[in-house]
Design a binder for this molecule. Structure first.
Ligand code: S3P
Length: 174
């Protein structure tokens, strides 16, 4: 197989990591998670980076580690953080490196159902009351969709399973 670099973008809770692992397994290539790569490099959790150094610092590191990932001369599936596409020239950079960027487009209700259960670990939403979550996601997703839609392929989830989404991705690979 020729070298393939697959990048998954989408909102928090859209399944980037779960789906990414399945795709990587299926293709027998490495799976990389940008958040995990940053945590490993900085020896700090994402939540601690936000808390101790602030979001601006995190966004700088995000750009730096994204660039580092693409220095790798190998095939991989890379899951980004929900905000990565929306800062700097990250989407332009990604699309200059691969033709296989995918937006996992998941509806607001589905996202809310997933995020309400795990918002504590997510610095962007951990401060919100449960009843404010849907409104926040709606607005935030609206702002971010502009960037997500720059991905080459859009995969719309209608309550599909991660395996089904992974299959849709594999079928669209170029
Ligand atoms: C963020 C999403 C997180 C993580 C950080 C910021 C965001 O990644 O990068 O907490 O701005 O949406 P996930 O999308 O994997 O939760």
């Amino acid at each position: 197989m020729k070298e393939v670099k697959i990048v998954l973008v989408g909102y928090m809770g859209s399944g980037k990591t779960t789906v990414g692992r399945i795709v990587a397994n299926h293709l027998n290539v490495k799976f990389l998670d940008l958040d995990a790569f940053i945590e490993e490099g900085e020896k700090m959790s994402i939540a601690s980076i936000f808390k101790e150094k602030g979001e601006v610092y995190f966004r700088k590191k995000e750009i730096e580690y994204l660039n580092k990932v693409f220095l790798k001369d190998e095939s991989f599936v890379l899951s980004l953080g929900g905000g990565t596409p929306c800062f700097g020239n990250n989407m332009e950079f990604i699309n200059s490196k691969t033709l296989n960027s995918f937006y996992l487009n998941v509806g607001i209700n589905e996202l809310e159902e997933r995020l309400v259960k795990e918002k504590e670990h997510r610095p962007m939403i951990s401060h919100l009351e449960d009843d404010k979550l849907t409104e926040f996601i709606g607005m935030h997703l609206f702002e971010r969709s502009f960037f997500y839609n720059k991905a080459h392929h859009k995969i719309k989830s209608n309550r599909n399973t991660p395996t089904e989404i992974a299959e849709m991705i594999v079928n669209k690979l170029v």
